[in-house]
Write a protein that binds this ligand. Sequence first.
Ligand SMILES: Nc1nc2c(ncn2[C@@H]2O[C@H](COP(=O)(O)OP(=O)(O)OP(=O)(O)O)[C@@H](O)[C@H]2O)c(=O)[nH]1
Ligand SMILES: [Mg+2]
Length: 484
Amino acid sequence: MVHSRNDQIAALATPWGSSAIAVIRTSGPDCIGALGALTDRRDTVTAAPGGALRRARIVDPSTGEVLDDVVLGIYREPRSYTGEEIVEIFCHGSVPGIREILSLLYRSGFRAAEPGEFTLRAFLAGKVDLTRAEAVQEIVRSRTAAGHEMALRRLGGSVEAAINRCKAALVQLMAMVAVQLDYPEEETGEIPLPEGEIRRVRSELADLAATYRTGRLYQEGIRIALAGRTNAGKSSLFNALLREDRSIVSETPGTTRDYIESTLDLEGIPATLFDTAGLRDTAEEIEGEGIRRTTRVMEAADVILYLVDGVEGLTPEDERILATFRDSRESTGATHVESRPNAGPDANPAANPAEGDSAPSRLLLVWNKVDSPACRPAPPEYIPVSATAMHGLEALARTVLERVRPGSSHRETAVVIDSRRQRDLLDRAVDSLRHVENGVQQGIPVDAISLDLQEAIHALGEITGEVSSADILDALFQGFCVGK
Ligand SMILES: Nc1nc2c(ncn2[C@@H]2O[C@H](COP(=O)(O)OP(=O)(O)OP(=O)(O)O)[C@@H](O)[C@H]2O)c(=O)[nH]1
Ligand SMILES: [Mg+2]
């Protein structure tokens, strides 16, 4: 990424598509003058104070052609998002129209902004720290109201404040160390570092790092797959959970051939629900391919709802399929997460087998058709439901949530992080502080301890961006939307 702050950039800040209004954002030195020259009201635009809106026509100066009738939002340095001059163009949301305006800007000295470049400039201008910059993108990406609310708190500086508080405490300790290094033992006697204070800061940072799983859960969400033999009622349950008639239901076995997915909001956790082809031995080619796809969906799922037709009861075929799921859980274990398309290794906050034996199984057993008089009693390990009578769905949702939520839900906690970068740096700080604690306990000389203390302070500085390098910034802002 180009880190210069002395050029003019432009990008569409709203999605490419038809809309009532689209917003093209521009930023850079003398951006207002440059934009003014591309309108029929140059003087009005260039004389406008910061925070003003001015109506104008965008005109191509080389041809005199009017491209659009727009409103310009004008911001002056330093009181703008990037700290530079900014003009936001509110134009009509027509794709060809947007294209023409952008092309005119690019011909007139503006450069297409890189992803996240506006926010990068805001960071470089000292407008936001890195945790707030990350929160901007996290807000844009949020998929449920709960995820949005958590990201909004981060934008408000909740993470930054927590980090700075801990850092201030460590800097105090560092000052104590410095005194002892400056005035050696024979003069003042060695003052032990307050172990309790170190432990308090360490546990505060460790608690913050632990909220990462919750943050991921509410942003990334979970994948729930419906599985079972043909006619178990998977498509019926899919429709019932979504409360819409999405998937075809019929009494013909083998109705669902390909998998279908849709999303639902599970108490603030975005969930992608998959209806799949019923599992059975088949020689039929298309159905066979459907079953292979089903297997792939299962591998990537955080939760598998295995449906048994309660009227038929548990068949030998069910037993066989269930045995393969149990085996695959053992063998795929920690890797099923990585096999997910479009998801990083940390994308799966739920049912994470990294927790060892205590990790809950991702397989949930469901006994369907309990409304039918012919339905057999559900065995105790099964959740009884009726997809058609919409019975037992709340209990089912509750059980899914119990499986995927981390031991303690941090949803009510003021600060929840959702950045792997922040989590890794917090872990580093926690590790260093553990060394400090051990050092104090073992009476290791303060100059040795001071290195670990310094390392912890440094890691916290990296979280907020007080210390940062071009590489870190590149990696961080690459994931952003263009125009943000
Ligand atoms: N009584 C009763 N019938 C149900 C229930 N759920 C599904 N059925 C019936 O069972 C039959 C199969 O339902 P589907 O939802 O198509 O089953 P499926 O598991 O998707 O089947 P495939 O796509 O073929 O694998 C249909 O006739 C449904 O009406 C239920 O809760 N109670
Ligand atoms: Mg089906």
